[in-house]
Every structure is written in structure tokens, then in C-alpha cells.
Design a protein around this ligand. Structure first.
Ligand code: GTP
Ligand code: MG
Length: 454
């Protein structure tokens, strides 16, 4: 092709010039791109100490000043040891109110405490399930728990969507961890456990624990742990996995993942073992030490929950569970990132279309209500007319009855009057007769006297 061009009429100089121009242009473009890329990633040496290396410290002191909040949800049957474990974990006595076994449904009881350790303030909320596992029909037992978790997400979302937000001092009540208490009795999980954990696993970080582990022998406990884990896996229940991305905690976290579910024992009772006071449960045959790793997994739970992964639990709650809730909720409300034609999403358009939808719905509802009102008025009118007719008929009937009665009375009065007249006549006649009789009697002695004189 070059040869072909070379042979062209007098154009040798022109095409060579064009090629070299093109070449220069390409070099220029490459240079531009290269510098632009390099400009984004340029590494520069600092001449001396500037001070932004204190940013992590600034963050720490700001966070410390602000304080932290941590929210634990304890799900487990009544009397399974929830309160005792919480008291043991935080080495204090929170409330110890016993729940009754006769609750008609499950409800949640949140309680918030302000705790301080060194200079770190922690606003701790412990939420207990009350009446869990006590109903005959337990199909809906998970619902109040789910609703509680969603309600906390909802109020956070509402705060986020406010024009004047105050997330800085907002009391975040979103559940960071759900400790699911499994009863040590039985050979595996109950269906209530499986259903509840399955329903909750996309909403909250779940750590399953076998409660009152001192009531089962070691070999039984090992078997129970294996059975529980295999049931969770076969039913697709996602429990919280301690993160292994961070090298600093990868080893401990991955080893702890294999110890799940933790078999725990709770107690605030101090007993003397050797020359040390330890937390334990005392039995006639010996004692179970809460913080002895050969006796139970309490230390592992405390280590994982409070000392190693507390921040990850908070982060996972925000970045995974809340994010999912927020996404679904915003989509439900009609917000989206891109429309079907991949046009950029317009908040204004969504707002307008939602507003239109809302107004149409409002109009429809108004019309429905108006129609209902008209029907109701018509119905009432017909009922009133019916009642009026009934009353009128009744009135006519009463009027007739009254007239009949009046006529009868009139008749009776006439009869009585006649009777009275007849009586009076008889009376007069009788009186006349009596008068005459009396007159007759008074004349007779006079006649007798006359006869005697004769
Ligand atoms: P409600 O709040 O009433 O549902 O009970 P709960 O789950 O908070 O249980 P709680 O901590 O009140 O403990 C109930 C009973 O179990 C108490 O007598 C505790 O002493 C006992 N208990 C708690 N933890 C353990 C444990 O690890 N092992 C044994 N054996 N008993 C325990
Ligand atoms: Mg309790």
C-alpha cells in the first residue's frame, strides 16, 4: 500500500506529511491520556510533617466523645436464661423481671442502659422476647420480632429522609445482633427455631447459642452442635459469620466460626476456686465455671461479641441489613436509580408521578366515599319513609280504635242514662206509692177512734 501511494502523482510529500501529522496527533493524545491518568494517581513526597496523619486519632476522639450504641435482641423461650446471660456478659445486673408462661402472644420488651468503661460511653439496648414459645399455636411467633426489627429500620429511614436530619445525636435502635437461645434439651432444633431464624436472617445478624449448656454432657453437646449446624445449613439459614477479611482478626474469627453455636452458661454467683473468686454455678457434685473454656463457650461468645466484632456487627447492620430494607422501601415508594431506558433517574419526575398517582387515588377514594354517602342517604331515606308509613298506619289504626272505643262509650253512656231515667221513674213511682201508703196508714187510727166514740 505504501508502494502504491509512493507511485501516486506528486502526492509523496503530502501523504508523508499527513502520516507524520497523524503520528504526532496520536502521540499528543497518548500524552494527554497518560498525564491525565498519572495526575489522578500521582504520588508525591511531603517535604516534612503536615499533620493529617492525626486523622484516625481525630476520628477516634470524635467517636469517643459522641459515644456508641449497641443493640442486642435476645430471642428465646421463657426462662431459658436470657437475662442471666446478659447480666453475665456485662458483669452487672440489668432487670431480672420474670416473664409469665401465660402470655397470649409474643411481645418485645426493650430496655436501654447507659454504660461506661474507661472513657467509652455505651448506650446499650437489650430487647427481650416475652412469651416466646409459650403459645399452643406458634406459627406467628416470629412476626412481632420481625415487625420490631423493621420498625427500628423504618424510624432510622424516616430520620434519614427528613429535611432537617439529626443523625448525629439520633438514638439508633436498629438491632445489631440477635442472640438466638436454643434449648439444650432435645436432639436438634425445634421447628419454631428454624422458622424464626429463617425469617430473621435477612434482617439481622444472628448468633445461635445453646443455653444452659451445663445441663448437657460434653459428648451430647458436641453432637447437638453438629446437628444444629447441619440443620441450619440444610434449611438455608444464614447465621452471622465472624469476618475473616481483616488479617488482624482473621485467624481467631475463622477458628470461632467453627465453634458455632456457642454453648453458654450464665451466672453472677461468685465462688472461690483455689484462691480465686470466679463466676460459676454450684452443684452438689461440683461447679461449672462460666469463664472456663473447658466448661463452656461463654468466653468465646464475649470475645466475639464485645471484644473483636462489635464494630463489624454495627457495620453489617448498617451496610447489609439496613441497606436491603432501605432499598426495598425506596423501590416500594417508587424511587429508582435508573429507569427502564437507562435514562438517569430524576427525583423530580418520580415525585411528580407519585404525586399524580396519589391525587388520582385521592380522587378515586373521594368519589367512592361520595357514592357511599349518597347510597347511605338513600338507604336512610327509604328506611325513614318506611318508618313514617308504619307510624302513619299505626296512627290510623289507633285512631280507628279510639273512635270505636268512643262509640262504645257513647253507647254505654246512653244505656246508663236510659237506665238512670228508668230508675228515676221507678224511684218516683215508688216514692208516690210510699207516700200514698203512708197517707193511708195515718187516716186509719183516726177512723177507729171515731168508731169507738160512737
Ligand atoms: P424470662 O425473662 O422469664 O423469659 O427468663 P430468662 O430467659 O431471662 O431466664 P433467666 O435468666 O431469668 O433464668 C431462668 C432460670 O434459669 C433462673 O433460675 C436461672 O438461674 C436459670 N439459669 C440461667 N442461666 C442458666 C444456665 O446457664 N444454666 C442453668 N443450669 N440454669 C440457668
Ligand atoms: Mg428475663
Amino acid at each position: 500500500m505504501l508502494l502504491g501511494l509512493k507511485g501516486g502523482d506528486g502526492g509523496e510529500g503530502t501523504w508523508q506529511k499527513d502520516v507524520s501529522n497523524l503520528f504526532l496527533l496520536l502521540i499528543f493524545l497518548f500524552h494527554l491520556i497518560f498525564t491525565a491518568q498519572n495526575e489522578e494517581k500521582r504520588n508525591l513526597e511531603l517535604g516534612g510533617h503536615v499533620g493529617f496523619d492525626s486523622l484516625p486519632d481525630q476520628l477516634v476522639s470524635k467517636s469517643v466523645a459522641q459515644g456508641f450504641c449497641f443493640n442486642i435482641l435476645c430471642v428465646g423461650e421463657t426462662g431459658i436464661g436470657k437475662s442471666t446471660l446478659m447480666n453475665t456478659l456485662f458483669n452487672t445486673t440489668f432487670e431480672n423481671e420474670e416473664a409469665s408462661h401465660y402470655e397470649s402472644e409474643v411481645h418485645l420488651r426493650p430496655q436501654t442502659y447507659d454504660l461506661q468503661e474507661s472513657n467509652v460511653n455505651l448506650k446499650l439496648t437489650i430487647v427481650h422476647t416475652v412469651g416466646f414459645g409459650d403459645q399452643i399455636n406458634r406459627e406467628q411467633s416470629y412476626k412481632p420480632i420481625l415487625e420490631y426489627i423493621d420498625a427500628q429500620f423504618e424510624s432510622y429511614l424516616e430520620e434519614e429522609l427528613k429535611i432537617k436530619r439529626s443523625l448525629f445525636n439520633y438514638h439508633d435502635t436498629r438491632i445489631h445482633i440477635c442472640l438466638y437461645f436454643i434449648a439444650p434439651t432435645g436432639h436438634s432444633l425445634k421447628s419454631l427455631d428454624l422458622v424464626t431464624m429463617k425469617k430473621l436472617d435477612s434482617k439481622v445478624n444472628i448468633i445461635p447459642v445453646i443455653a444452659k449448656a451445663d445441663t448437657v454432657s460434653k459428648s451430647e453437646l458436641d453432637k447437638l452442635k453438629i446437628k444444629i449446624m447441619s440443620e441450619l445449613v440444610s434449611n438455608g439459614v444464614q447465621i452471622y459469620q465472624f469476618p475473616t477479611e481483616d488479617e488482624a482478626v482473621a485467624e481467631i474469627n475463622s477458628s470461632m466460626n467453627s465453634h458455632l453455636p456457642f454453648a453458654v452458661v450464665g451466672s453472677l454467683e461468685d465462688i472461690k476456686v483455689g484462691n480465686k473468686m470466679v463466676k460459676a454455678r454450684l452443684y452438689p457434685w461440683g461447679s461449672v465455671q462460666v469463664e472456663n473454656e473447658n466448661h463452656c463457650d461463654f468466653v468465646k461468645l464475649r470475645e466475639m461479641l464485645l471484644r473483636v466484632n462489635m464494630e463489624d456487627l454495627r457495620e453489617q447492620t448498617h451496610a447489609r441489613h439496613y441497606e436491603l430494607y432501605r432499598r426495598c422501601k425506596l423501590e416500594e415508594m417508587g424511587f429508582k436509580d435508573t429507569d427502564p431506558d437507562s435514562q438517569s433517574f430524576s427525583l423530580q419526575e418520580t415525585y411528580e408521578s407519585k404525586r399524580k398517582e396519589f391525587l388520582l387515588e385521592l380522587q378515586r377514594k373521594e368519589e367512592e366515599m361520595r357514592q357511599m354517602f349518597v347510597n347511605k342517604v338513600k338507604e336512610t331515606e327509604a328506611e325513614l319513609k318506611e318508618k313514617e308509613k308504619e307510624l302513619h298506619d299505626r296512627f290510623e289504626q289507633l285512631k280507628r280504635m279510639h273512635q270505636d272505643e268512643k262509640r262504645n262509650l257513647e253507647e254505654k253512656r246512653r244505656e246508663l242514662e236510659e237506665e238512670m231515667n228508668a230508675f228515676n221513674r221507678r224511684k218516683v213511682a215508688a216514692e208516690t206509692l210510699m207516700g200514698q201508703a203512708l197517707q193511708g196508714c195515718s187516716q186509719q187510727p183516726f177512723k177507729k177512734d171515731k168508731d169507738k166514740k160512737k
